[in-house]
Design a protein around this ligand. Structure first.
Ligand code: 4NP
Length: 158
């Protein structure tokens, strides 16, 4: 593959869902030997958690599935819409916000991560206000299915 591909995972706070998706994607490309093909990052719609590590329940899920993660939350910028090839949101609110923030001449393609789920579960629900970790675990499995099939699509056409 020639130039690097750039992918940005986005959710509301960049502290629950998008860090899990980013960690899953990083792990998949690493294991497949594609690490040098990709620039991978995640970002928030809102600025609330900027500079913070992911939510402790997201960290616990990453540890459960042996995913390394070293990133801190940041907010999406206008530049991101030009530098990333793919911007993947978690739910319809993210997609609505992303389309509002996207400059008209931007080059990034915006999708739901769940658009790639072979089981057709399109929405990765916000688990932040849940009183348990089930939503985080479910997010991991949804992200795993979708990231795998996203990569299969990319490498099938490249
Ligand atoms: P995320 O979850 O978008 O998956 O990171 C949330 C994190 C924080 C908040 C909402 C959702 N919050 O309201 O602070």
């Amino acid at each position: 593959m020639g130039t690097k591909k750039r992918i940005l995972f986005v959710c509301l706070g960049n502290t629950c869902r998008s860090p899990i998706a980013e960690a899953v994607f990083m792990d998949l490309v690493k294991k497949a030997g594609y690490q040098r093909d990709w620039e991978i990052d995640s970002a928030a719609i809102e600025s609330w958690h900027v500079g913070n590590r992911p939510n402790p329940r997201a960290v616990a899920i990453m540890e459960r599935y042996y995913l390394g993660y070293d990133n801190r939350a940041r907010q999406i910028t206008t530049e991101d819409f030009y530098t990333f090839d793919y911007i993947l949101g978690m739910d319809d609110y993210n997609i609505e916000d992303l389309h509002e923030l996207r400059p008209k001449d931007a080059t990034a393609h915006i999708f739901l991560l769940g658009d790639f789920d072979p089981q057709g579960e399109r929405i990765i629900r916000d688990p932040y206000c849940d009183n348990n970790s089930d939503g985080f675990d479910k997010c991991y499995h949804q992200a795993m299915r979708s990231c795998k099939s996203f990569l299969e699509e990319i490498y099938a056409v490249d």
